[in-house]
Design a binder for this molecule. Structure first.
Ligand SMILES: CCCCCCCCCCCCCCCC(=O)SCCNC(=O)CCNC(=O)[C@H](O)C(C)(C)COP(=O)(O)OP(=O)(O)OC[C@H]1O[C@@H](n2cnc3c(N)ncnc32)[C@H](O)[C@@H]1OP(=O)(O)O
Length: 197
């Protein structure tokens, strides 16, 4: 008997995927990419339980990010929860979309946990676009501990799907959408996407 269908689209780009130029609006290489939303669990600087992840634009279609594992992120005693590490990679991979100049959401995210990550570790994440095919953005990331060149603790491959800004305004809880629409700074950032869809 057949169960519900499970998406099987691979996260590796097809042969005819392209690697586009960085968007003219992309943050310059070496620039800190600001949070897309103050209350984001991944990058919101004022989110008390959040990851408060900071990302820096790379030279190409890539970013680096740092995430410090805090006691609130434990799974096993003294060890990062795997789901929290996945969130850190998801957030970093999502940041790549600022380099492409179009908003996108995670459709599929595949993760390999390679080694345990103790509390107080800094996870050094490098993420890059591996191909774009229509609205589908393929990407990959790895997180290292003990320094940017330390051993890989986690790696992921993802498929993001580009969406219109209406994705957020239609599906988000209305009071939160209203709050962001009333905030000129956040709107400025959202418009940066709109002019280069
Ligand atoms: C004013 C407001 C300002 C707001 C400013 C915002 C700033 C920017 C914030 C970003 C925030 C980031 C934060 C971190 C990243 C997240 O965590 S995002 C949150 C987690 N993700 C989600 O909630 C997504 C939920 N899913 C959906 O909404 C819909 O399923 C999707 C992904 C939009 C796709 O729906 P759709 O647009 O109808 O696309 P559809 O036509 O079905 O599929 C398009 C293609 O993608 C493929 N596909 C779709 N889904 C999947 C899947 N799950 N697996 C494999 N393939 C798939 C399809 O097979 C199809 O392939 P082709 O036929 O083209 O070859």
């Amino acid at each position: 008997m057949n169960g519900p269908s499970i998406p099987t689209t691979p996260t590796t780009p097809p042969a005819d995927a392209v690697l586009p130029e960085r968007s003219p609006l992309a943050p310059a290489p070496g620039t800190l990419i600001g949070s897309h939303y103050d209350e984001c669990f991944g990058c919101g600087p004022h989110h008390p339980q959040g990851l408060q992840l900071t990302a820096v634009a790379g030279e190409h279609l890539d970013v680096t990010a740092r995430f410090t594992v805090k006691p609130a992120h434990q799974g096993g005693p003294g060890l990062a929860h795997g789901g929290v590490l996945v969130s850190a990679l998801d957030e970093t991979l999502g940041t790549l979309n600022w380099l492409l100049g179009a908003p996108a959401v995670t459709g599929r995210l595949e993760t390999d946990f390679v080694r345990p990550v103790p509390v107080d570790s800094v996870l050094h994440i490098h993420a890059r676009v591996t191909g774009v095919h229509g609205r589908k953005v393929y990407s990959a990331a790895e997180g290292r501990i003990g320094g940017p060149d330390g051993p890989v603790a986690i790696r992921a491959q993802a498929l993001f799907i580009q969406v219109k800004l209406e994705h957020f305004t239609t599906h988000g809880r209305p009071e939160d959408v209203r709050k962001i629409l009333d905030d000129p700074d956040q709107i400025k950032r959202a418009r940066a996407f709109e002019v280069n869809p």
